[in-house]
Design a protein around this ligand. Structure first.
Ligand code: UDP
Length: 369
């Protein structure tokens, strides 16, 4: 009988990558997940219309990291999709992040020209400025612009998404979507971008497809899992420690799916509604892989607090209080237990950063053992 020296809790991207790296190094791995499917929150499936649905919201792979890109390419081919986000502002469809093209979309030409000239006098072209920085303006026109962007793009969206205004959340969160002094309409500027041609679930299946990896679904972790040389934990660190220092808070989201009897519902894969409605954005999935169907499937995204055993953890809520709780848990991590992933590290990782974290953990701490 094969002895599994390594237990991995969680079959999402972080757990799967570390499983594969261990397996390739000749180690045996048992990877468990409480869900009935692999791939965690990047899980997707092809529905009856032939459309790949991202069950837990849109996922767009993007990275500047060659190591990460080379790893991913071993397990899937990707298309050359480069994500753009449309936002409806004052009833006008325009581009997010707010950039020089956006100015021309939402303002009369003469005002837009004046703002562009002033912007390029005050900021270097092709730079990204977080909104909370951008608000520090002396010039009256630029002050007007900053207030407009704050109000129309960030204030209501962030309140819907986090239940707080932009000043009350960690500045790194709103900095993810800066004001962009550019005409580049893409959401990400990374060198490598794309969607796995056969979906994310297939990609994860390929990562896990190794004789040294044993996958067990519908299996929550409990203390009866003993005797492993190492445990890699991608579940929430507070849960692993039975919440002894209290719960780490998260935001959750839920999706209302709709099928429409027409080819397209909206003009883009993601349309944000920063000022209207109670959902934050609408996803239309067929855009990602150019799926051909006479019907289309959309999902309206609603944000809500995470409540244990009611919904899923999506976004760690990083602030001084929560980091103090996290640090207490971190200081108690035993030597042979490793935490990684959004929930294990309590960090707002994108997919590439989660993969990078798993690769670095393996290279820097495990390989030399
Ligand atoms: N954000 C916003 N308006 C937008 C888009 C984003 O205010 O139209 C803010 C909001 O606080 C959000 C954060 O920027 O939580 C990060 O957005 P991103 O699109 O990176 O979120 P994700 O796609 O990871 O959910």
């Amino acid at each position: 009988m094969m002895i599994n020296n390594n237990l991995i809790i969680g079959c999402g991207i972080s757990g799967s990558v570390i499983a594969r790296l261990l397996a390739d190094a000749g180690e045996n791995v048992l990877i468990i997940d409480k869900k009935d499917h692999i791939a965690g929150n990047i899980y997707d499936y092809k529905d009856e219309n032939g459309i790949y649905i991202h069950k837990y919201g849109s996922h767009i792979f993007h990275t500047n990291n060659e190591k990460v890109w080379n790893f991913v390419k071993n397990f899937t081919s990707l298309n050359t999709y480069m994500h753009k986000v449309i936002a409806v502002i004052d009833g006008i469809e325009t581009t997010i992040p707010f950039n020089i093209n956006t100015i021309y979309d939402v303002f009369p030409e003469s005002l837009a020209q004046r703002l562009e000239v002033k912007l390029l006098k005050n900021f270097q072209y092709n730079t990204k400025v977080p909104i909370l920085e951008f608000q520090k303006q002396d010039d009256e026109d630029l002050k007007f612009l900053a207030n407009y962007v704050y109000e129309k793009v960030f204030l209501h969206y962030t309140t819907k998404q986090w239940g707080k205004n932009p000043q009350e959340i960690d500045s790194s969160v709103t900095a993810r979507v800066p004001v962009y002094l550019s005409k580049d309409n893409r959401y990400f500027q990374d060198k490598y971008q794309g969607i796995p041609l056969n979906g994310y679930t297939k990609m994860v299946e390929n990562i896990l497809n190794h004789p040294n990896i044993h996958v067990q679904l519908n299996t929550p972790y409990n203390k009866t899992f003993r005797g492993y040389k190492r445990i890699f934990c991608t579940c929430s660190i507070d849960e692993f420690f039975d919440y002894k220092y209290g719960e780490l808070p998260y935001r959750s989201v839920h999706f209302k799916f709709e099928t429409h009897e027409r080819e397209f519902y909206q003009s883009n894969a993601v349309v944000n509604y920063p000022c209207n409605y109670d959902f934050t954005r609408i996803h239309e999935y067929k855009y990602y892989l150019n799926d051909k169907s006479k019907k289309t499937v959309i999902a309206k995204e609603y944000s809500e607090p995470f409540v244990n055993s009611k919904n899923e953890r999506y976004y760690p809520i990083v602030n001084d209080n929560t980091m103090a709780i996290y640090s207490k848990y971190k200081s108690e991590i035993p030597e042979n237990i490793y935490f990684l992933g959004r929930l294990g590290d309590y960090k707002y990782y994108d997919m590439d950063k989660a993969i990078e974290r798993a690769i670095n953990l393996f290279d820097e701490e495990i390989k030399k053992q």
